[in-house]
Design a protein around this ligand. Structure first.
Ligand code: NAP
Length: 272
């Protein structure tokens, strides 16, 4: 820990070396004139890591793969969104009381609302993993009609049943008529940048195609969607908005979105 910093924040996960959270949060704290530090910790022993958070009075924590679900039993409380989504990506430490939050849902919807209001729109979600749960929850809360499709069908069925929405078999995904397509799978993520989870020939029907992958900035799916004439939204905006929400929870202050955006884009360009 940096003894000079008044407040200490960290990321716990495994792996963490690829994460852009440290770059984004350090840039934000600096612009906010906060005497705070943010470090990434590669964690093997989750229980021990949570004990350290308490022992060292770490103010706030970001949680990433594979601990978003398994951290819940170690916390003192969770908020309403976590109860619905079943995953924590943020911990707030208030005098030793650890509360879990999920800012992915709000991050996704804030990014989406910059482009369109999903109320009443039909949205196909590709994927049924952790991110899909936050995205589906956020969309349903916002009044969208959601259809889930996933390579492993039982996971799509389980998620659809949890949120009382529809699912379609993965092989039928291109046959669904909808307004918005959201990719929450890892298909097309660096280094597998040449593949797309959806055939480009069926993209022109969508008003908007969203890919929550942020590396690369424009995935193969988004490139195909742009060429098909659809509006596109990449994962950087969701990432920034979920990080901004973390800063609001941790500091009670308004985060410098543009500084965070530039820091993330620069780090992606530098390949860090
Ligand atoms: P996860 O829980 O491991 O889920 C991965 C999903 O991808 C599953 O639905 C999986 O399907 C699907 N998948 C993987 N390989 C596939 C393939 N070859 N063909 C078809 N489907 C495949 O991961 P996650 O936490 O949800 O994250 C998913 C993606 O979202 C990652 O790229 C992550 O970086 C991104 N993400 C971005 C943000 C942001 O702020 N922008 C936030 C969170 C996550 P099966 O169930 O069949 O395995």
């Amino acid at each position: 820990m940096n003894g000079k910093s008044e407040a200490f924040y960290c990321l716990i996960g495994n792996p963490v070396s690829h994460s852009l959270s440290p770059v984004m949060h350090r840039a934000a704290f600096k612009a906010m004139n906060l005497n705070a530090d943010y470090q990434a910790f590669l964690v093997h022993d989750l229980k021990g890591a949570v004990r350290c958070i308490r022992a060292h009075g770490i103010h706030g924590v970001s949680v990433t793969i594979p601990f978003k679900e398994s951290v819940i039993p170690y916390l003192d409380a969770v908020d309403k969104d976590v109860r619905h989504i079943g995953a924590v990506n943020t911990i707030l430490n208030q005098n030793g009381k650890l509360t879990g939050f999920n800012t992915d849902a709000r991050g996704f919807i804030s990014a989406l609302q910059e482009i369109t209001n999903p109320r009443g729109k039909r949205v196909v979600i590709l994927g049924a993993g952790g991110a899909a749960r936050a995205v589906a929850y956020a969309l349903i809360q916002s009044g969208a009609e959601v259809i889930i499709t996933n390579r492993t069908q039982e996971k799509a069925e389980k998620l659809a049943s949890k949120f009382s929405c529809a699912f379609v078999p993965w092989n039928n995904r291109e046959k669904m008529a909808a307004d918005i397509l959201v990719n929450t799978t890892s298909v097309g993520m660096y280094p597998q940048v040449a593949i797309s989870p959806f055939d480009g020939r069926y993209l022109s029907q969508f008003e908007l195609v969203v890919d929550i992958i942020y590396n690369p900035e424009e995935t193969r799916l988004l490139k195909l969607a742009r060429q098909a004439g659809a509006k596109t939204l990449g994962g950087i905006e969701m990432f920034i908005y979920q990080g901004a929400e973390q800063i609001r929870l941790w500091t009670g202050r308004e985060p410098p979105l543009e500084v965070m955006r530039q820091a993330v884009k620069e780090a992606l360009r530098d390949g860090s």
